[in-house]
Write a protein that binds this ligand. Structure first.
Ligand code: ADP
Ligand code: MG
Length: 713
């Protein structure tokens, strides 16, 4: 087969049936070849991600407005979301008593008048003309006189009667816009396109699959998306198209997995004498959940194919020891094992712990940090190239081109969400086909795990070591600070340790200054006598390591830190954490931070500081969830629902931005169905040939380029 010419996300090239005589267009026809689209409109459409006819047909409306029966202004229902049409009677600019400028407009329709106001958008006054006809959509004030605040508006030219059918008298789609494109133009253009071309779209999905899940045929789904006769039709159209996204994605991921696991891997002898001995030296008993996870990992390692396994466990559930014991099994077989951590602090901590465990067993531990002196680094690299059986610990420094492994058998990636998919691939290239264990302490909602790690097997550590108590969490207002300080004082006085976290978003000078000042203030204050340290991302690694070590030993009992302590830092004596400006952090991060305390069974507290009046509704919801909920998985679900998947990781992750219709938070069950169907399809036809050929082509068109699947097809 010749390599297909992939177009990101374009639906199948074959999907427009041929020979209908309607046109020579296909779904990959560039938009600028379509009627009414010149270079400048094509550029605008490009900004909306619309490059081809297929993109256009799948452009998802942001919402819909029911303009079938518009209520006269005089009969608008108070307090409800409604759309209204009328004529501009007057426009003006005003200012509130606190000086906020606004645009004010009076709309009339012969039955009454409606006042509309747009705060902080006084410039809108220039956009409206007296006598102009408009649609306004928004919530009508609960009390008379009728008013709408910040309604959406659309100009309703009265001139061309042919236009009316597009914009009124039906449920109309409202699209995202970009400068240079008006809602009216886009709606009319798409309506015409959909009417002309949707019926010719061929459906790659076998009818049996469609019928099993009551999915609309593709042409109908596209039509319903843009031109629904009922709101329920729009929902049904969206559901079908979301199914497709999940289905084809799942297929691509599962095929990728199949391709990888078809390659020969190392069949380790497990656990082997070394790992058994190490296990007997661990100073505590593994929890049943740890044992289950470890056994599933060892079992995978024994298979003659490369392991791809995700180990999930809430903060403090004890993933590290499981990883070490997996690593020692590989090392016992004469291979190298690498553990990659997201921060230098965490890598150093892992290296230290690894040493405690491995050295009595005669296993060398190589620590590779980005900030190492050249000579030390050289020595580490030489050791790495020469020693077959050793444990390597480091950050993404491990990925640098000059790092050559002698005999890499297992890669453990800790706190995976911090690493991009590309970095994961980078480490894999270092060994021929090492086993891979990915660990994440940000409990990922199942739906996201399926997306990000769809090609992984999953082990979950779903219990905490015995004696752990939930960290008492309090949301504290600025004026209640004194209480926090008193509590810290009491705890530090008993030899316990505390963290004060200053969130940083970009480690900018200003943010770091805030951390420095906070540390200074504590040093001068009543807690200064207990020893106050500071760590942040811009400090030299040695200084950071020194401070953390002093904190561990108790010479410093209060550690002011930026979010560098977020992941993994493990100091058992720490029992209090204060999180400043907590509204700036996501739930996953807050939960991670909270996980820094209460790790040794002592009662611990977490204070999150933020003034209720000064933060948004969503931030309030986050903090309330943190106080109420202690289970990381439940919090992760809440976070996903609050923020959406793009924000969930703080950064956009490849793989996530490919979903336009599928809502990972809301469409759990649809994702499950799609995934099950994808599995069934691959069982029926592993090569997706014969009747499954259209499915394969559609999958390749959508996802192959993105996932580097070209060779699989
Ligand atoms: P995480 O899963 O967040 O990475 P760690 O592996 O850092 O957690 O473990 C948290 C703490 O719990 C560590 O101090 C570790 O030594 C301890 N620990 C791990 N497993 C057990 C266990 N089975 N019993 C008691 N303590 C444990
Ligand atoms: Mg950890």
């Amino acid at each position: 087969m010749t390599a297909p010419d992939y177009t990101e996300l374009a639906p199948p090239r074959q999907a427009l049936s041929r020979g209908t005589g309607a046109s020579r267009l296909t779904l990959t026809t560039p938009v600028d070849l379509l009627k009414g689209i010149g270079p400048s409109r094509a550029a605008c459409l490009d900004r909306l991600g619309v490059r081809t006819l297929g993109d256009a047909l799948l452009l998802v409306p942001r919402r819909y407005e029911d303009r079938r029966v518009l209520l006269p202004i005089g009969r608008l229902r108070l307090g409800e979301l409604q759309t209204v049409a009328g004529q501009v009677k007057a426009v003006g600019i005003g200012r509130t008593r606190r000086g906020v400028p606004y645009c004010e407009m009076m709309l009339e329709d012969g039955t009454g008048t409606l006042l509309a106001r747009w705060y902080r958008q006084a410039y809108l006054a220039r956009a409206f003309r007296r006598g102009q006809r408009l649609f306004l959509a928004g919530r009508v004030s609960p009390y008379p006189p009728r008013e709408m605040v910040n309604p959406e508006f659309e100009v309703q030219e009265a001139g061309d009667p042919a236009e009316a059918g597009y914009h009124t008298g039906r449920i109309v789609p409202i699209y995202h816009l970009t400068s240079g494109l008006s809602q009216r133009f886009l709606r009319r253009w798409l309506s015409d396109l959909v009417r002309a071309h949707a019926p010719q779209v061929t459906d790659p999905l076998p009818p049996a699959v469609r019928e099993r899940h009551q999915l609309l045929p593709l042409p109908r789904a596209v039509t319903c998306l843009h031109l629904p006769d009922e709101m329920s039709e729009a929902a049904a159209g969206r559901r079908r198209l979301a199914f497709d996204e999940f289905f084809f994605f799942s297929l691509a991921v599962l095929r990728q997995r199949a391709a990888r696991t078809a390659r020969p891997g190392i069949a380790f002898q497990v656990p082997g004498a070394l790992a058994e001995r190490a296990r007997s030296l661990v100073p505590f008993r593994l929890t049943p959940a740890q044992t289950r996870a470890l056994e599933s990992i060892w079992n995978d390692m024994a298979q003659p194919r490369p392991m791809q396994r995700l180990l999930q466990g809430d903060v403090g559930s004890g993933k590290t020891i499981v990883a070490f014991l997996a690593a020692l099994a590989a090392i016992g077989n004469g291979y190298q094992a690498a553990i990659m951590a997201p921060t230098e602090i965490l890598a150093a901590q892992h290296a230290e712990r690894a040493q405690d465990l491995a050295e009595p067993l005669g296993v060398p531990v190589v620590h590779l940090a980005g900030s190492m002196a050249a000579s030390l680094r050289r020595r580490a690299l030489d050791l790495l190239a020469a020693t077959s059986a050793c444990l390597v610990v480091g950050t993404h420094a491990l990925l640098q081109p000059d790092v050559a492994f002698g005999r890499l058998g297992l890669v453990v990636v800790d706190e995976q969400h911090r690493f991009g998919v590309l970095q994961r691939a980078g480490l894999l290239r270092k060994g021929s086909d090492p086993d891979v264990l990915v660990m994440t302490a940000t409990p990922i909602p199942r739906s996201l795990a399926l997306v990000l790690y769809g090609d992984f097997d999953l082990s979950v550590i779903d219990e905490l070591p015995p004696g752990r108590r939930p960290v008492a969490t309090e949301w504290v207002q600025e004026r209640e600070r004194l209480r926090v300080e008193q509590e810290l004082r009491r705890r530090l006085g008993q030899g316990e340790r505390g963290y004060v976290v200053c969130p940083v978003v970009e480690e900018s000078a200003a943010e770091l200054k805030a951390a420095v000042q906070t540390a200074e203030a504590y040093r001068r204050g009543p807690l200064g006598a207990f020893g106050v340290g500071l760590v942040h991302g811009r400090l030299p690694a040695a200084e950071k390591a020194g401070t953390i070590a002093a904190f561990r030993r108790g010479e410093i009992r209060l550690l002011v830190a930026t979010t560098v302590v977020e992941v993994g830092v493990d100091v058992p004596e720490a029992t209090a954490i204060v999180i400043e400006d907590a509204d700036r952090l996501g739930l996953a991060q807050l939960h991670q931070l909270r996980g820094r305390v209460g790790r040794a069974g002592r009662p611990a507290v977490c204070f999150v500081i933020a003034d209720r009046q000064e933060i948004g509704e969503e931030a309030q919801a986050r903090l309330e969830a943190l106080v109420r909920e202690h289970d990381g998985f439940a919090l992760a679900e809440a976070d996903l629902a609050l923020r959406g998947p793009g924000e969930f990781f703080g950064t956009r992750q490849s793989g996530l931005d490919g979903f336009r219709l599928g809502d990972l938070a809301a469409d759990f069950s649809l994702l499950d169905l799609a995934r099950a169907e994808a599995k069934a399809a691959l069982t029926a036809a592993p090569e997706l040939d014969g009747p499954w050929t259209p499915v394969r082509l559609a999958m390749e068109e959508r996802w192959a380029a993105r996932l580097g699947l070209a060779q699989v097809g």
